[in-house]
Design a protein around this ligand. Structure first.
Ligand SMILES: NC(=O)c1ccc[n+]([C@@H]2O[C@H](COP(=O)([O-])OP(=O)(O)OC[C@H]3O[C@@H](n4cnc5c(N)ncnc54)[C@H](O)[C@@H]3O)[C@@H](O)[C@H]2O)c1
Length: 340
């Protein structure tokens, strides 16, 4: 099969690498608004670069992988759907809810595949936590604590394109919270802080954010994130039940130092970023996409799943701005009828 990859930046390079080595993938066509970037990667992988996005749709591909900046996702998803092409797209679908709902409506009208890039669903730790919940080993779950801490902030020019800490980063925690617990979020209370480096204030974003989420079975969850965690890249989830407690992301590279005299020693080589921490998961989600294309498995993360994660992020943004709890039911999950 031949796959078109649109966007050859950080994550596009990872996905193109995986697909280029995959035995079921015959060839790739790579493109980017910066043609030199696509050409360089194509040269390195022995693949073909296209001069623009149009060629992806006219040169004859079997599927499209969208790894552009988020602002371009929705339009490209719609274009692929209208061309009848299956899509793997990086999260999120769009920077806002209307864009997300319209892209989803196009996919659903066309009946095409849209697999979203929530790679934590392919991580061994989160998979183990999901099994622990489902098996009943934890007993009744009462508390979940999720966190995502980047070691260093992204470049200042990238921040305004990201959609903000809740839509860009905590969206991973929201997706995997639903996936691991099998429950839905019913309401949120969120807040954020732009104390510290001025770049967050200047971008209208927060550098640190926190949300308290109530799940539909009464389980309470917290999700926190920061863009500035000097000790390293720290992604964890603790799940506490009446019988047992498990934690995702606690290993010999967790950037965490115990102050107890008998505590474990600090990590020699703490995680520094998502590309190394989730390397195997990024590879597994693309292999899953190839299996979906071959009709060998169902879609592991469709557009409706991504919409639910974005609705939680939207509820958190509204809560943070308005300083009030927000019910998920306030955030639409369908295109709203127009009465003009
Ligand atoms: N799943 C994850 O863990 C994860 C991690 C990082 C990024 N992402 C997502 O991946 C996407 C890309 O992020 P990144 O970190 O690779 O960014 P990046 O800036 O490194 O790369 C984006 C690339 O897309 C290109 N591009 C932008 N608009 C385009 C368009 N209209 N047509 C063609 N090319 C275009 C840019 O020139 C750039 O090369 C974002 O949506 C981000 O949210 C996901």
């Amino acid at each position: 099969m031949r796959i078109g990859v649109i966007g050859t930046g950080r994550i596009g390079t990872i996905h193109a690498n995986t697909l280029s080595r995959h035995r079921e993938v015959g060839s790739l066509i790579l493109t980017d608004v910066d043609p030199a970037r696509a050409q360089e990667l194509a040269h390195r992988l022995g693949e073909t670069a296209a001069p623009g996005v149009d060629e992806i749709f006219t040169w004859g591909v079997d599927a499209v992988v969208i790894t552009t900046a988020t602002a371009a996702h929705a339009e490209l998803i719609g274009r692929a759907a209208r061309s009848g092409l299956p899509v793997f797209c990086e999260k999120p679908i769009a920077l806002d809810l209307p864009g997300t709902l319209h892209a989803l409506a196009e996919v659903e009208a066309a009946g095409t595949v849209l697999q979203m890039g929530f790679q934590r669903r392919f991580d061994a730790g989160y998979t183990g936590a999901r099994e622990a919940v489902r098996s009943g080993r934890l007993g009744r779950l009462h508390t979940v604590r999720a966190l995502t801490c980047d070691q260093a902030p992204p470049p200042p020019e990238w921040l305004p394109l990201s959609g903000g800490l809740f839509r860009d980063t905590l969206i991973h925690d929201f997706d995997v919270l639903r996936w691991v617990t099998g429950r839905e979020v019913v309401d949120v209370y969120a807040t954020g802080s732009d104390a510290g480096a001025a770049l967050f204030r200047e971008a209208g974003d927060v550098g640190t954010g926190a949300a308290l989420l109530t799940l539909d079975d009464g389980t309470l969850a917290t999700a926190t994130a920061t863009r500035f965690n000097g000790a390293g890249y720290d992604v964890r989830m603790e799940l506490a039940g009446e019988r047992d407690t498990v934690v995702v992301g606690l290993d010999d590279r967790t950037p965490l130092a115990s102050t107890e005299p008998t505590g474990p020693p600090p990590a020699d080589k703490p995680w520094t970023g998502f590309l190394e921490r989730f390397g195997p998961a990024y590879e597994a989600e693309l292999c899953a996409f190839v299996e979906v294309l071959r009709g060998e498995r169902p879609n592991p993360c469709d557009g409706r799943e991504a919409l639910q994660a974005l609705r939680i992020a939207e509820a958190c943004e509204a809560s943070r701005r308005e300083h009030r709890p927000v019910r998920l039911a306030e955030i639409p999950d369908r295109v709203q009828p127009s009465f003009d």
